[in-house]
Design a binder for this molecule. Structure first.
Ligand SMILES: [Zn+2]
Length: 151
């Protein structure tokens, strides 16, 4: 951190304290060359989560897309939108806190399916049928059968 007055790279920290929003640290520094004081801010770098799609393409994570997907799956079901919104937010938080910068679309899909399975079975099957791109009616029926056996 160069001194803004003389350009010297040597300074010492005289004081550091968290800023009001607590996501930044404010440091008072004293230049060892000219003795002048200045303030620096240290911020946590927030790296936006990136989704890796099946073909390897990278797109920014978008919780709005997930929400609209699960809302479509819950069409005409008695699932409150607020519940879906809070569950999607919780998922996003979980992904962000994983410490990874990239997440595969497959993992997101699996997580969303787990979430829907708890909330509404019909919505789950709808989502799974779109997400897993069932090739034919038979694989879809297999999934349904498995679901019914577990229920
Ligand atoms: Zn200086």
């Amino acid at each position: 951190m160069r001194c803004p007055f003389c350009g010297s790279p040597d300074s010492r920290v005289t004081d550091s304290r968290p800023a009001e929003d607590e996501n930044a640290i404010r440091r008072r520094r004293e230049c060892l060359n000219c003795g002048k004081r200045f303030t620096t801010w240290e911020k946590t770098e927030v790296i936006p989560l990136t989704v890796v799609k099946k073909d390897g393409a990278r797109v920014p994570f978008d919780s709005g897309k997930i929400l609209s997907g699960v809302m479509k799956a819950c069409y005409k079901r008695s699932v409150p939108v607020d519940l879906l919104r809070s569950r999607v937010n919780a998922l996003e938080q979980e992904f962000n806190q994983s410490g990874e910068n990239e997440i595969s679309s497959a993992r997101i899909g699996e997580k969303v399916m787990d979430m829907l399975k708890e909330i509404d079975q019909i919505a789950y099957v709808r989502f799974a049928s779109v997400y897993r791109e069932f090739k034919d009616a038979e694989s879809f029926m297999d999934e349904l059968r498995e679901l019914l056996e577990k229920a």
